[in-house]
Design a protein around this ligand. Structure first.
Ligand code: HEC
Length: 139
């Protein structure tokens, strides 16, 4: 009786061991990865291209800076309707004309004959318009 149970145990053990060994090796059919180094280099080039515009960041533009200064300090008198002294400063073209002929630049620093009439603007505003002129009146 004892022999039989040992024999049965051995049978089961052998059966289990064989069935585990029977598992056929998995076919290795992994697709080769196509992520080549050439693709990665292209990605790096694209990122560098995106940084090329950053040099223009310091140029004062009409739309970015000057328009807001003229709107809050000048266009109430130098706007589209009845501009004082015939000078309108409410568009890029007219503001550029007024700055290019020197009239605006001479008056915004002239404490004896200031524009706006009530008194000169802040140094930062004056400097911004001067920088805009020096930078070539960027739109
Ligand atoms: C409260 C009204 C008023 C405001 C605001 C004002 N101006 Fe004037 N501006 C005048 C009047 C009036 C004249 C004409 C008399 C004179 O030359 O002083 C004039 C004249 C000028 C002239 C001379 C034009 C010429 O051909 O002789 C310039 C340049 C000028 N303004 C620029 C500006 C600028 C730039 C601003 C804003 C920073 C400004 N003005 C704000 C009323 C104003």
């Amino acid at each position: 009786m004892k022999f039989l149970s040992i024999f049965t145990f051995l049978l089961i053990f052998i059966f289990v061991a064989c069935s585990e060994g029977d598992i056929s090796p998995q076919p290795t059919q992994q697709a080769p990865t196509n992520n080549t180094t050439a693709d990665q280099n292209n990605d790096q080039d694209d990122q560098q291209d995106n940084n090329d515009d950053s040099q223009d960041a310091n140029v004062v533009t009409y739309s970015g800076t000057v328009q807001a200064i003229l709107t809050s300090n000048c266009t109430s008198c130098h706007g589209s309707s009845n501009p004082r002294a015939g000078l309108s400063l409410h568009t890029y073209a007219t503001a550029r004309d007024g700055a290019e002929n020197g009239a605006v630049l001479s008056r915004i620093r002239n404490s004896n004959n200031p524009m706006p009439q009530g008194g000169l603007m802040s140094e930062a505003n004056i400097k911004a318009i001067e920088d805009w002129a020096e930078g070539g009146f960027a739109e």
